[in-house]
Design a binder for this molecule. Structure first.
Ligand SMILES: N[C@@H](CCC(=O)N[C@@H](CS)C(=O)NCC(=O)O)C(=O)O
Length: 215
């Protein structure tokens, strides 16, 4: 049995969940209660010694780090999301790294300070948030330019870098990150949100945070 240990609010975990869903594989999505520090319990540290989600258990084969898990799944199921051709793969890796080091690195401080810090009653670091927003203004245009040339990051078909970027951007509305200066990026997100691999997982990011009005 293939199990992915994750959390519904974790971007890295969502990457792996959306990848597994895109591949249409049979897997178990096992929630780890981060608030209760389940990720630091002995049983989980045997799967991921870093004590973080996501982690994968594929019949006793353990793996952590979301990008590595996504690549493993694509390779295991021989998916065109992550082709074997070395040049095609290198370009996909390039965009995966770009997303990790130049989008995520700036996105996280904005998301943490605008969404998670207030939710958890933690202090907000205004400078980190501003630096993050400035970084995003520097690097989102490269994504926009790419999506102006092609429907997807590396061409006419969805690739693993698209899924990874898409997952990273999930908290955008809740974190009030303005994507309106990037119409191609906005349209690309809307298109992916309509696809079954997404709608199979959940309706919208953060839905579990919404408390019914009567309560
Ligand atoms: N680089 C890791 C990041 C994993 C990560 O930071 N996970 C967070 C949730 S988004 C976590 O488990 N935090 C709990 C903790 O650190 O105790 C990946 O991509 O898998």
């Amino acid at each position: 049995m293939l199990t992915i240990y994750g959390s519904d609010l974790s971007g890295p975990a969502i990457k792996t969940r959306l990848t597994a869903s895109y591949l249409g594989i049979d897997y178990k999505w096992q929630l780890v209660n981060l608030r209760e520090k389940e990720q630091k319990q002995e049983w989980f540290l045997k799967i991921n010694p870093a004590g973080k989600v996501p982690a994968l258990d594929d019949d006793g084969f353990h793996l952590f780090e979301s990008n590595a898990i996504c690549k493993y799944l694509c390779d295991k199921y021989d998916s065109a999301l992550y082709p074997k051709d070395i040049r095609k793969r290198a370009v996909i890796d390039q965009w995966i790294d770009f997303v990790s080091f130049h989008i995520l690195a700036y996105y996280v401080p904005v998301m943490v300070n605008r969404l998670f810090a207030p939710l958890r009653g933690l202090p907000v670091d205004e400078k980190a948030m501003l630096d993050g927003e400035n970084g995003l203004k520097q690097y989102f245009p490269l994504i926009e330019a790419q999506l102006t040339k092609n429907a997807f990051l590396t061409g006419t078909a969805v690739c693993l870098a698209d899924i990874i970027l898409f997952a990273v951007l999930e908290p955008t509305e809740m974190a009030k990150i303005d994507l309106s200066p990037y119409p191609k990026l906005t349209a690309w997100r809307s298109g992916l949100k309509k696809q079954p691999f997404y709608t199979r997982c959940y309706k919208e990011y953060g839905e579990m945070l919404k408390v019914p009005a009567s309560r």
